[in-house]
Write a protein that binds this ligand. Sequence first.
Ligand SMILES: CC(C)(COP(=O)(O)OP(=O)(O)OC[C@H]1O[C@@H](n2cnc3c(N)ncnc32)[C@H](O)[C@@H]1OP(=O)(O)O)[C@@H](O)C(=O)NCCC(=O)NCCS
Length: 135
Amino acid sequence: VRTARADDAAAILNLWSLARGASASTADPPATIERLLARDPGALLVAHLDAMIVGTAIATWDGWRGHIYRVAVTPERRRQGMGRLLVTAAQARLRTLGATKVNVAVDEHDPGSIAFWLAVGYRRDRGMSRFAKAL
Ligand SMILES: CC(C)(COP(=O)(O)OP(=O)(O)OC[C@H]1O[C@@H](n2cnc3c(N)ncnc32)[C@H](O)[C@@H]1OP(=O)(O)O)[C@@H](O)C(=O)NCCC(=O)NCCS
C-alpha cells in the first residue's frame, strides 16, 4: 500500500467504476482526485500488485475525527486480505496524525460491506444515523 500520485488517477477512476460501494452516489470526475491530492496529499492510499492498482482507501483527518472512505478492491482480488491491509494503512495514517476515533459510513443494505467492517474491528454506532445534504 502506498500513497497515490497524480498519475494514478486514471487507474483509480477505472477501479472505482468497477468496485466502489453499491451505495456510493457521488460522481467521480478526474478533478475529484486532483482536488483531493492537492488538499490532502497523503489521504488517498492505493494497494498495488506490481504496477497494477487493485485497491483504494481514503483516510482523512480534520483535526477532530478520522474518516475512511472508498475502501474498494478490484473484484478479482477480493477475499485475499487486500481490504484489511488498506484499512490498517488508513488507520496507521490517522493515528499518526492524531486521530483517536475513526468513522465510516457503511451501506445498511450491503451484507458484504457490513461483514467486512465488522471483521476489521468496527462496531455499529447504534442510535446514530448519518444525515447528508448536497451542497
Ligand atoms: C468490502 C471490500 C472492500 C472488502 O475487500 P476484500 O479485499 O475482499 O476484504 P478482505 O479480503 O480484507 O476481507 C477481510 C474479512 O472481511 C470479511 N469479508 C470481506 N468481504 C466479505 C463478504 N463479501 N462477505 C462476507 N464477509 C466478507 C471476511 O471476514 C474477510 O476475511 P476472510 O476472507 O478471511 O473470511 C470489497 O468487497 C469491495 O471492494 N467491495 C465494494 C466496495 C465497498 O462496498 N466498499 C465498502 C464501502 S466503504
